[in-house]
Design a protein around this ligand. Structure first.
Ligand code: ADP
Ligand code: MG
Length: 234
């Protein structure tokens, strides 16, 4: 990202000059308080939001105007965004069916993802017959079957209770490692950021406060905002 800016309706910048390079295969966390611009930035990467100015590249290719489905990425939302009238299986395969992926290949990916996410017994159920954790697993499985190398997640665990959240953090990390994904993970939760991220970007009011690994952020916060947000002693 080079000097990325975003205004909605010619109001003030909600993102104000974002310069950032995320490396292939890293687990990158965007953290900041509510309203700081995290979802806007993620949606711009996904192509769901226009970029007001600046340059966005994926694999050295400028993608500012590329359609979402041509960006070769998957996205997991806070509310899971499952179709209530479709079964678990149909939800997981929705994107592949739309892309007309070969039927045999669909089944193979479905079985792999279902096993990975512990959903094998639940494929014929509807979302309302699932717990919150199970729904979240369906959303993860849907992203897994896409085989996209870049995965975006926007506060995927915020609807879960504390115990399940801790468990799912580990599952997501394991999944990311196992598939070698490049992950961009949004959260407003400092603990989640510090325990999951290879690197973390702290955002406030549309401006990057600091980018670094958890230990650097904790020991050498760039300013008071980072220090108090991360909870370090400085
Ligand atoms: P976060 O995800 O960090 O909570 P958002 O990216 O959702 O932050 O929002 C950043 C700012 O942009 C907020 O002030 C929010 O009110 C504003 N905003 C977000 N989406 C829209 C929109 N569609 N139209 C106008 N303003 C928006
Ligand atoms: Mg948000």
């Amino acid at each position: 990202m080079e000097n990325i800016k975003k205004t909605y309706d010619h109001q003030k910048n909600v993102l104000d000059g974002i310069d950032l390079e995320i490396k292939q295969g890293e687990f990158f966390v965007l953290v900041g308080p509510s309203g700081s611009g995290k979802s806007t930035l993620l949606r711009m990467i996904a192509g769901l939001e226009t970029i007001s100015s600046g340059v966005l590249q994926i694999n050295d290719k400028i993608v500012n105007h590329l359609r979402p489905k041509d960006r070769n990425l998957s996205m997991v939302f806070q509310n899971y965004a499952l179709y209530p009238h479709l079964t678990v299986e149909q939800n997981i395969l929705f994107g592949l069916r739309a892309k007309k992926v070969d039927k045999k290949e669909q089944q193979k990916r479905l079985m792999d993802a279902a096993e990975m996410m512990g959903l094998t017994e639940l494929l014929k159920r509807k979302p309302k017959q699932l717990s919150g954790g199970q729904r979240q697993r369906v959303a993860l499985a849907r992203s897994v079957v896409s085989h996209a190398p870049l995965c975006l997640m926007d506060e995927p665990l915020s609807n879960l209770d504390a115990k399940l959240r801790a468990h799912m953090r580990m599952e997501i990390r394991r999944l990311q490692k196992r598939l070698g994904l490049t992950m961009i993970y949004v959260t407003h939760d400092q603990v989640e950021a510090m325990t999951m991220g290879d690197r973390i970007m702290v955002l406030n009011d549309g401006i990057i406060q600091q980018v670094g690994d958890p230990i650097t952020l904790y020991n050498e916060p760039a300013n008071l905002f980072v220090a108090s947000f991360i909870g370090s002693p400085k």
